[in-house]
Each structure stands twice: as C-alpha cells, then as structure tokens.
Write a protein that binds this ligand. Structure first.
Ligand SMILES: [Zn+2]
Length: 271
C-alpha cells in the first residue's frame, strides 16, 4: 500500500521521508499510457508531489511541479493537494534530453505567500533534478533518491527517500548530514533489488514504528461544477457559437482524461 513515513535523524536535525508510491504510479499509467521515458519522469514527479503535499500546512493548500523539455519537446506536470490527492499528465513524448529545460514548482498554502520556483535542468535523472531544485530554489540541502521499476505497462515498484537538513541544524550535525546526504544514493536504491522488499526493509531499518504516516492516492479533483464555472467565465454567446460550429462544447481534463460535453440545452442550463 502506498505510504509516506517520516522520522528525524542526526539528533533531530535532519528529516528523513520514505515514500512508497507504486499504486499512485500505476493509476497514472492506466490513465495516460505514457512512453517509458515519460513514465519515469511522471513517476518521480508524482512521488515528489506526494512528498511536497504532505508538508502543506493548510487544508486548502496545493502544489504543482512541471518539467518542460527544451524547445517544447514534451512536458510532464503533477499537482497535489493537502489531502494527498495526487494527479499528473504527460504532454508529448519526452524522448529527447531534458537538459536545458525547466522545472517549475508552485506552492499555494493558506497563510503563506504563493511560492514559485524555477530551475534550469542540468541532468536527465529526476532525483538529481529535484535535489538541484531544493538546493537552488529553496536553499535546503536535500538528498533525493526516487526510483521506479517497470515491467511492460506496469510499475512493479515506485518510491524513494528524501532527506533534508532542517534550518536550525548546528555545524556538527550539518557535517554529519552532508556526509550522509552524499552517501545516501549508494545505500538506498530501489532499482537494485525487489522494490517492495527494499521499501519494507528500509522502513523497518530507519523508520521503525513510524512517526508519521500519510496515504497518498491518485485522484483528480475535476468536477462538473468546476467545469461549469470555467464555462460560465467564457460567456454564453461564445459557447453557443462553438456549438453552432462543432455541434457541442467539449472540455477535456488532462489529468484524468475525462471529457465533459455540453450541447446547447446544457449550455442554457449553466446561465
Ligand atoms: Zn480530471
């Protein structure tokens, strides 16, 4: 079962998160059927999205992460809310390198200023991209080890570990943590062995009883009501024009691949 566990290490000065997101990634694969390359990026972003969403303070908070390849050659986007509803979509093949593209993170959390951070991508590895983001944009030394293993159209294991130095860490713990952060990649790598065993072993070793547990899931928050809201802002005359031309107004949700269609009668009902 998907989960997010957290504990503190290094005398409480480093936060360690372990995430399992296999079901989340499989749900996304079922909806989007992406190429393998795109699936790897989407998997990493879904896992990181769940991680970031678990840190939101307000009930109305949300975050989004978007990776854009250079020259518009593909994009992957994930958004998540405080209830750990995570969703994502892929646009284009993402088959060429991401280097030179961008990662943008947007965080909206009630009581805090909206935050937007963008970095230029210098690696094709999702974990590296995210670690660079935390270091450059949020200025938090972070180790990110995310991985996903696939067999055919299925994800057989997805998850990872994220370690962050807390802001009040002293010099000694900063030193210890820096070494740990550097070595972490060698110590934990889901891809090297059976993902489920790796995650269970890791949880047992580092997290023990688990300080904190949250359950992320793939869920799109689009609804008839929201779509009607969007259509209302377009205006009745414009919508009826589209209806005359195309027979109906169709709104597609990229996150869950659902189509909302409105004929003239249903458009009249909105207004
Ligand atoms: Zn949707």
């Amino acid at each position: 079962m998907d989960k997010i566990l957290r504990t503190l290490i290094c005398k409480g000065q480093v936060s360690l998160f372990a995430l399992e997101t296999t079901e989340l990634v499989n749900e996304a694969l079922k909806i989007h059927n992406p190429s393998r390359t795109a699936a790897e990026i989407l998997g990493g972003l879904l896992t990181c999205g769940a991680y970031l969403a678990s840190g939101l303070k307000s009930d109305n908070g949300c975050i989004s992460l978007t990776v854009k390849a250079k020259d518009g050659d593909g994009a992957v986007s994930v958004s998540a809310d405080s209830a750990l509803n995570v969703r994502g979509y892929v646009d284009g093949s993402c088959e060429s390198t991401l280097v030179g593209g961008t990662l943008t993170v947007v965080r909206e959390d009630e009581g805090f200023k909206p935050f937007v951070g963008t970095i230029e991508i210098t690696s094709d590895d999702v974990s590296d991209i995210l670690a660079t983001y935390f270091q450059q944009s949020e200025q938090i030394p972070t180790a990110v080890m995310l991985s996903a293993e696939f067999a055919g159209n299925m994800c057989v294991g997805s998850g990872g570990v994220i370690m962050q130095l807390l802001p009040d860490a002293d010099d000694e713990q900063t030193g210890v943590a820096t070494v740990l952060l550097e070595r972490f990649a060698e110590e934990f790598n889901v891809v090297n062995f059976d993902a489920q065993e790796a995650m269970d072993g890791f949880f047992a070793h580092y997290i023990g009883g688990g300080v904190f547990e949250k359950l992320p899931r793939y869920r799109c928050n689009c609804s008839e009501e929201k779509i009607r809201g969007v259509l209302a802002s377009v205006g009745k005359a414009e919508l009826l024009n589209i209806c005359d031309e195309l027979g109906e107004v169709k709104v597609h949700c990229h996150y869950c691949n659902k189509d909302y269609t409105y004929d003239k009668k249903r458009i009249e009902e909105i207004f």
